[in-house]
Design a protein around this ligand. Sequence first.
Ligand SMILES: O=C([O-])[C@@H](O)[C@@H](O)[C@H](O)[C@@H](O)C(=O)[O-]
Ligand SMILES: [Mg+2]
Length: 447
Amino acid sequence: MSDSPVIKTMRVVPVAGYDSMLLNIGGAHNCYFTRILVILTDSAGRTGVGESPCHASTLGLLARFQSQIEGSELLRLNATIATLFASDARHQQTAHTDDIHIPQMNPEKFYNAAAAIEAALLDLMGQHLNLPVADLLASGRQRDRVPVLGYLFYIADRNLTSMNYQAGQAGGDAWLQLRHEKAMDAQSVVRLAEAAAERYGFRDFKLKGGVHHGEVEVETVNALLQRFPQARVTVDPNASWSLDEAIYYGKQLAGRIPYLEDPCGAEQGYSGRETLAEFKRATGIPVATNMIANDWRQLQHALQLNAIDIPLADPHFWTMRHAHTVAQLCQEWGLTTGCHSNNHFDVSLAMVAHLGAAAPGDRLTAFDTHWIWQDGQQLTQHAPQIRDGHLELPEGPGLGITLNMKRVEAAHALYTSLPDKNRNDALGMQFLIENWSFNAKRPALLR
Ligand SMILES: O=C([O-])[C@@H](O)[C@@H](O)[C@H](O)[C@@H](O)C(=O)[O-]
Ligand SMILES: [Mg+2]
């Protein structure tokens, strides 16, 4: 394989950006969010990049993988990634020994690390072959733009905290202002949706639930549907509703929403896969999930129980290539392809664009992205664009993006300055409710 470029350097750069006080079952988003960039250079002088959620253990894994990546031949990408998976398997085995010096590899963090490396390698491979990454995924490019949804949150009043939440940009459009302001009821969420639709052309919306009592969230969905009668609107309470509540609210929304996301979860000795299967039978409402089918084994159980219709295979949880395999499986087995997200920068946005562009078939539900909350903080020269409710595939080979290193270094400096680097939504929430703590079965404001 002497013609292959060789990976010269792997740099792992944790970065931070700003976020609004968005509410979810875990509490309130911090004023900062953190991510990891993996930046590879090769012997042909090219740079490839990938992004992942940030956690100290993911950083530890990436540091460990560096020696396996540097010196590897780009065209042996499959073998390189297989080596990472093999070292994961070895670790899982050794972690069962009594040797406390061998750290247990957290599977979620392992996938986050592998996903960022794989994306950076695919970026380099695409540049080498002069092809977009979408063409390197097994089905190849199917479309040039991917439907995405307007991800709406209730927003707490940042003025109640001493945290460094940013204010809206003077002179910006309505979205750039409103995304920083309190929005705790149906009317203000509709206003947010109007501003997002004006800027990005959304026709699909998802409300992050698990915040208020379910009645209030159903009322918000109804208000959105009334304002946007042609739109596809859903709510994701992150399994905070009981099965009975989920069926009760589901029946109120049936026929008017395309699907519900994780309406209920594990309870009374039954797994989330079991309760979702019962929910589906009781209501006939399709179910999407990013909570109970996040690896092959979980997905197999979910499908055997007929618990879900839309596995939201996030490329950061699965890697881009595995998420694409899930999309192929959806196409072959009559499921619908979708994608979950967390707060992210524009490198992840490009990863999602290429994944969506390569997803086969037309049973595709609008992909999630939190990016509208971060729009303006891009770390690339030209961020992928969301227009007319669609994320456009960036032009050019690889991921089609070029890092803006000045911004990357500034985002890294911000990360370095933060006292809390891992996500902890309880901190902000405790300004709203004293001593607040997480409860997987209760919406955040019900304490
Ligand atoms: O950003 C949030 O608050 C979401 O709740 C996120 O953490 C979830 O992972 C996600 O967006 C979801 O769909 O469940
Ligand atoms: Mg979800």
